[in-house]
Design a protein around this ligand. Structure first.
Ligand code: AVI
Length: 337
């Protein structure tokens, strides 16, 4: 399973083998390394913060896969069930003539549910910033669906993407599962949807998974699992900084904290300093008071109406929404207005 917010490996390190069964593979060269600059800038802020996309190094990605399988973490399971239950109806809305375009597809696990329901679909494009991971996942998908034209585009999908030939003369339908939209600030979420509407063009559609506002206890449990996997995921950021940016963090002097912020409609994740301390990162020194935090993630939750308003503001028309019986999660089919 994938988060869709992976940070990159540098562009063009591995040539695409001529033998892979992909219809197309393009590297738009968006992958630039801003980890050091972002961390130093974030730690220098009066309220320390580091962008959530930096969770996903190899260890963080593996921990995220484990989060997705946790009993407490309902989004993955619930969304998968919604896709399985309603894939017939979703397939009809997408249409066999469309090119399906997944934004930040990662391991491309969820889209298989749709592809299995659409044996006549002609083309699929996966866009992801993580080049080698994308190449692997798209190649495996092409092997498993030999009748489908599969293309990969290594790009930052928050920027406009010129889609490859297999998607050009077709209606285009985007796929953005996992409630990754929730990790964008609402402004950035609207900007992203506007960009996607531009990529998809007139007549296009978007199938998107969005986590819902719900009982605080259910929400907080999902981000404070009993096995401490989410805590390890959060704290791994410090280990990554130590390894990649010559950091001197002592992870045991920090603790994971996740809580629901009702005013902002989001789960916040923080790393709380257990003591007054001084930490070196990339040749700079940062001071922490006891109890001071690094804000590491926001995960916004929407009501169905709230999400529709956001989508409409960004140039989409909501066509169909599916939710589970407990109203935990939603999947929306939107059309470019
Ligand atoms: C990837 N993203 C949608 C996850 C979320 O729920 O916001 C990331 C995550 N953070 C902690 N647990 C899962």
């Amino acid at each position: 399973m994938h988060h869709g917010l992976s940070t990159s490996t540098p562009a063009a390190t591995v040539p695409v083998p001529a033998s892979v069964g992909l219809a197309d593979f393009q590297d738009l060269g968006h992958a630039t390394d801003t980890f050091a600059a972002d961390v130093v800038a974030g730690l220098a802020e009066p309220r320390k913060a580091i962008p959530a996309k930096y969770f996903y190094d190899a260890i963080g990605s593996r921990l995220f896969d484990r989060i997705c399988a946790l009993r407490e973490y309902y989004p993955t399971r619930t969304e998968m069930k919604l896709l399985e239950t309603h894939r017939g109806e979703m397939a009809k809305l997408i249409g066999d003539d469309a090119a399906l375009v997944e934004f930040g597809g990662g391991s491309l696990a969820k889209v298989r549910v749709l592809l299995d329901a659409m044996p006549r679909l002609k083309s699929f494009v996966a866009i992801d910033i993580s080049r080698d991971h994308l190449l692997d996942a798209a190649t495996t998908l092409a092997e498993d669906y030999p009748r489908l034209q599969v293309a990969g585009v290594c790009a930052d999908f928050t920027r406009p993407v010129a889609l490859p030939a297999v998607a050009r003369r077709r209606r285009r339908v985007g796929f953005f599962p996992g409630s990754t939209i929730g990790n964008f600030e609402p402004e950035a979420a609207a900007d992203f949807l506007r960009t996607v509407a531009g990529d998809l063009g007139r007549g296009g559609g978007l199938l998107i998974g969005v986590d819902l506002v719900k009982d605080t206890e259910v929400l907080e449990r999902a981000y404070n699992d009993a096995d401490g996997i989410t805590a390890a995921f959060n704290l791994n950021l410090l280990t990554r900084i130590n390894r990649e940016l010559c950091g001197s963090f002592e992870p045991r002097y920090f603790r994971h904290h996740a809580c629901w912020n009702a005013d902002e409609s989001r789960i916040e994740m923080h790393l709380v300093s257990r003591r007054r301390q001084r930490v070196h990162v990339a040749g700079r020194v940062f001071l922490f008071d006891e109890g001071e935090t690094i804000h590491t993630e926001n995960s916004y939750k929407y009501t169905v109406d709230g999400f529709h308003a956001l989508a409409e503001d960004a140039g989409f028309r909501p066509v169909r929404t599916w939710t589970d019986a407990r109203q935990l999660f939603s999947v929306h089919y939107l059309e470019v207005a």
